[in-house]
Design a protein around this ligand. Structure first.
Ligand code: IMP
Ligand code: MG
Length: 181
């Protein structure tokens, strides 16, 4: 088994690349079904940095005209959430009156999602759908509906495929989990 070491921690293989791609195929098909025949141009809102690889894969599979918009939200330091979510880069364009699909790498406590939805409601968007590659159901403590879920995972710290540990590991093709001691 190819373990990897990043800073002080050891990670072991967890979700292979092919399985992640299968999850993305599944949510993309659901979104295509729901947005078929759209006469507007829905927005895919990529939440930087973690969702960048997921969003790239997802968008290649969407078959209706859509626009990419980004914003950066920050809450994690090391392997846990600080509980305080900050918007560290603003929306790249106004979303007033638009239909928005939020693209997240992972939803954990849900605090980031709540913060984004507040920003979008202040923007005056027409509609919001939420799409996440991974969902830590046991850690979730919010009421927001999550419309599209690639895969549910237990409450463990992971990295790879866009997800990081103190900014490292985003470039790994597979997802790794923190080794249990
Ligand atoms: P939430 O606000 O607690 O739902 O956390 C959402 C954000 O925290 C995600 O978009 C990720 O950027 C980050 N995050 C949550 N869990 C993990 C993890 O296991 N590894 C790396 N980043 C994570
Ligand atoms: Mg993120």
């Amino acid at each position: 088994m190819n373990k990897i070491k990043i800073y002080d921690k050891t990670f072991v293989p967890y979700i292979p690349h092919d399985e992640l791609i299968g999850c993305i195929d599944k949510v993309a098909a659901q979104i295509n079904r729901d947005f078929a025949g759209a006469t507007d141009v829905p927005v895919v809102l990529c939440i930087l940095n973690g969702a960048v690889i997921f969003t790239g894969e997802l968008m290649q599979r969407l078959d209706f005209p859509c626009q990419l918009v980004t914003t950066k939200m920050t809450s994690y330091v090391g392997t846990s959430t600080t509980g305080e979510v900050k918007q560290t880069l603003p929306l790249t364009t106004s979303l007033k009156g638009r239909r928005v699909i939020i693209a997240e790498d992972i939803i954990d406590t849900g605090l980031t999602l709540v913060a984004i939805k507040k920003i979008l409601s202040e923007e005056g968007v027409a509609d919001v759908k939420v799409c996440t590659m991974l969902f830590k159901k046991e850690a979730y403590r919010c009421d927001e509906t999550i419309d599209y879920i690639g895969k549910e995972i237990p409450n463990r710290f992971i990295l790879g495929f866009g997800l990081d540990y103190n900014e490292l590991g985003r470039n790994l093709k597979d997802i790794y989990v923190l080794e249990e001691d």
